[in-house]
Design a protein around this ligand. Structure first.
Ligand code: TRP
Ligand code: SF4
Length: 327
């Protein structure tokens, strides 16, 4: 039986950090077994916020693909492609923009939140309001059955379903309604306890060198109530502990939990242990990154091949769309 299809994208606004790994990529990696996966670089989406400084988009497009492969996404199993290389996305976006009521976009919670959160950028643009319409084009182009995303993106998948429903009703029933496949893993926080994000300068990147990881871990904010070494700590309120749960063996995690609660272990030691384990996990990934970066041709080929596979499907979908829209 043909595997079901999933589509997901990532905005190229910098290299991958642990927030991406635990918030998306570990899930993307395991989905490869059961689904035919289309993973792409959403560079046009990045343009909605980075239009003044576009260098970062090109730079990080290759970097992210390298990082994907390094953490175990497999270009032999999944299709990796670059959104702007498949011009059909722009055409489908345009057609969808004609049938999408403004009110659907204006009430989108992610839209409202981003406008206030990223107040240093002028996001009152036509393109930014239409962000989810482009996303709908990305997803429906490949007739995806599912879309793996974090909670913040689920309104966009819901909008995609509404746009598909409306298109199907006006023209012809050609688009399946995709399901949201919510990422199961908990969000990990940045070193300042806010959501891990490049913009907040609180991220640990998978390509960070060992010394940088050590420094960032040393700077991590722990349980805010544990002011002195002799104060008992609360692991459940400590981001360092969350990292231990991900990177340290179960037995040691138990010891740290008790040691923290009865103040027999100090935060400095606790962090050193965590940093060592994190570095152990990252070392083979960094090694892979180094190898891939030394071989630019390999990445070029992977992108070309993926683009070709994606384009073939996109061409077919667009022929069908033009036919039913009669234009
Ligand atoms: N909007 C997504 C984000 O900001 C990226 C994205 C673009 C996407 N197109 C997509 C995700 C299609 C899933 C499916 O993270
Ligand atoms: Fe956090 Fe470890 Fe300090 Fe406890 S001992 S507060 S878990 S860093």
């Amino acid at each position: 039986m043909e595997k079901k299809r999933i589509v997901s994208g990532m905005r190229p606004t910098g290299r991958l950090h642990l927030g991406h790994v635990h918030g998306a990529l570990n899930n993307w990696r395991s989905l490869q077994k059961d689904y035919h996966c289309f993973y792409f670089i959403a560079d046009w989406h990045a343009l909605t916020s980075e239009y003044e400084h576009t260098e970062i988009i090109k730079e990080s497009t290759r970097g992210i693909i390298i990082d994907w492969i390094a953490i175990g996404l497999d270009p032999e199993e999944s299709v990796f492609f670059v959104q702007s290389s498949i011009k059909e996305h722009a055409e489908l976006h345009l057609i969808f923009s004609m049938v999408t009521p403004l009110s659907w976009l204006e009430r989108n919670p992610t839209y409202k939140e981003q406008l206030t959160e990223m107040s240093q950028k002028n996001l009152y643009t036509y393109g930014f309001l239409g962000y989810p319409v482009l996303q709908a084009a990305d997803i429906l182009m490949y007739k995806a059955n599912g879309v793996p995303v974090g909670e913040d993106q689920s309104p966009h998948v819901e909008l995609t379903r509404e746009i598909a429903r409306r298109f199907n009703y006006f023209y012809s029933n050609i688009f399946p309604l995709p399901d949201t496949l919510l990422t199961p893993e908990a969000k990990i926080l940045g070193i300042d306890r806010r959501k891990m994000s490049k913009g907040y300068k609180n991220a640990i990147f998978i390509s960070d060198a060992k010394e940088i990881v050590n420094k960032k871990v040393a700077d991590m904010i722990t349980d805010p109530q544990r002011a002195r070494r002799s104060d008992p700590g609360r692991p459940d309120f400590c981001n360092v502990f969350t990292f231990h749960e991900l990177y340290t063996d179960k037995k040691t995690v138990k010891e740290i939990e008790e040691g923290c609660k009865n103040a027999s272990i100090g935060c400095v030691d606790c962090k050193k242990k965590m940093a060592a384990n994190l570095n152990k996990a990252l070392e083979p990934i960094r090694e892979k990154i180094r190898k891939l970066e030394a071989n630019p041709k390999i990445i070029d080929n992977i992108i070309d091949e993926g683009n070709n596979k994606a384009r073939k499907i996109a061409k077919n979908t667009m022929e069908e769309v033009r036919e039913v829209v009669k234009i």
